[in-house]
Design a binder for this molecule. Structure first.
Ligand code: ADP
Ligand code: MG
Length: 311
C-alpha cells in the first residue's frame, strides 16, 4: 500500500519515542490518543439500493489512496460489501463479523487471533466481511446485555490501528443499524434523487436523533450524499435542488454528487473498486472528491475541538 512521506514522518516520531522507553502511563496515553484519532463512520439509509455499499467501498478505497488506514465493516447479512471487495462466496467464510460480535456477547476477554482471522485485505483497505449468519446474530442481540453497544465494543480494540472505520449498514432501522449508529462518530447518508428516497430521510433522521439523545450524544451527521445522479434529467435536478433547500443550514449535503454510470454497476461483479475498474471515469473522480470533503470535515472538527479546549 502506498503511504505518503508525511504519514511516515508522523509515525517516525512515535517510533523514536518508543525507543526511548515509555512509562506505562505515557504508553496508555499514546494508545488513547490513537483511538481518539480513529473516526468511525456509519454509511446508513434504511432504503435499499441507494448506493450505501458502493459508497462504503469507493469512499474507503479513496481514503486509502489518500494515505489513510481504512477498515471497512460489512454490517449487512447480504454480504454485498464483502462480495464487492472480491470475496466470491462470503457464506463459505468461517470467521466474520457475526463470530466477532457473538464472542463479544459472551463477555469473555478479546480473542485477538479471532479478530485477525476475520480481517481480509482489499486494494487499499482492510475488511471485516459478513454473511447470512449475521441475521442470527441480530436476533441474538435482543437477549443480550447492553445490546445496542455490542458492535462498538467489538470494534474498540481495532481503533488504534485505523484512521477511519466505515460501517456499511443494512437496509433497515433494526438492531444492527442501531448498533452501527452507537459505534459511530458520524453518519453519511447516501440518497438517490427519487421522491421516495428523499421522503424516507425523515424516518432515518428521527432514528439518528433518538440514538443521539439516548445513547450516543456525540453522534454527528457528516452529510447527505446524492448518488446515481443523472444530470441530464430534469427530475433529478429538481429533487437535488429541493433536497438542498429542505436541509438548509441544518444538515450538510455534500457538494459533490455521485453521477450515475454503467461502469459503477459493473464493479461488484468484477470484484473491483471504481478506482481499479474505471480509474479515469467520472464516478472515480467523484468519490476522490468526496474523500477530500470527508477529510476536510475531520480537519474542521479538530480545529474546533482545539479552539474549544483553549477557551
Ligand atoms: P445499497 O447498499 O444502498 O443497497 P448499492 O450500493 O448496492 O446500494 O447500489 C444499488 C445498485 O445501484 C447496485 O446495483 C449498484 O451497482 C448500483 N449503483 C451504485 N452506484 C451507482 C452509480 N453511481 N451509477 C450507477 N449505478 C450505481
Ligand atoms: Mg448494501
Amino acid at each position: 500500500m502506498y503511504i505518503p512521506k508525511s504519514i511516515k514522518k508522523k509515525h517516525k516520531s512515535i517510533y523514536f519515542q518508543s525507543e526511548q522507553g515509555f512509562s506505562v502511563n505515557s504508553k496508555e496515553k499514546e494508545e488513547k490518543a490513537l483511538k481518539d484519532k480513529c473516526k468511525v463512520i456509519a454509511v446508513a439509509n434504511q432504503k435499499g439500493g441507494v448506493g450505501k455499499t458502493t459508497t462504503a467501498v469507493n469512499l474507503g478505497v479513496a481514503l486509502g489512496l489518500a494515505g489513510k488506514k481504512v477498515l471497512l465493516v460489512d454490517a449487512d447479512p447480504q454480504g454485498s460489501l464483502s462480495q464487492g471487495c472480491n470475496i466470491g462466496n462470503p457464506d463459505a467464510l468461517e470467521t466474520t463479523l457475526s463470530e466477532l460480535m457473538s464472542y463479544e456477547m459472551t463477555g469473555e476477554d478479546k480473542d485477538y487471533l479471532l479478530i485477525n482471522n476475520a480481517i481480509k485485505q482489499f486494494e487499499t483497505v482492510d475488511l471485516i466481511p459478513s454473511n447470512i449468519s449475521l441475521s442470527g446474530t441480530e436476533t441474538a442481540l435482543f437477549n443480550c446485555m447492553s445490546r445496542e453497544s455490542v458492535l462498538k465494543r467489538t470494534l474498540e480494540p481495532l481503533k488504534d490501528k485505523y484512521d477511519v472505520i466505515l460501517i456499511d449498514c443494512m437496509p433497515s432501522l433494526g438492531m444492527m443499524t442501531i448498533n452501527a449508529l452507537v459505534a459511530a462518530d458520524s453518519v453519511i447518508i447516501p440518497c438517490d434523487p427519487s421522491y421516495l428516497s428523499v421522503k424516507g430521510l425523515d424516518l432515518l433522521l428521527h432514528s439518528i436523533a433518538k440514538v443521539k439523545r439516548q445513547i450516543n450524544p456525540d453522534l454527528k451527521i457528516d452529510g447527505v450524499l446524492l448518488t446515481m445522479v443523472d444530470f441530464r434529467t430534469v427530475n433529478a435536478r429538481d429533487i437535488t435542488g429541493a433536497l438542498r433547500d429542505a436541509m438548509g443550514n441544518n444538515i450538510n449535503v455534500f457538494n459533490i454528487e455521485i453521477p450515475r454510470s454503467v461502469r459503477a454497476t459493473e464493479c461488484p461483479n468484477a470484484g473491483e473498486s471504481i478506482f481499479v475498474h474505471d480509474p479515469k471515469g467520472k464516478v472515480a473522480d467523484a468519490y476522490a472528491i468526496l474523500a477530500k470533503e470527508v477529510i476536510g470535515l475531520e480537519r474542521k472538527a479538530q480545529v474546533r475541538s482545539r479552539s474549544d479546549s483553549v477557551r
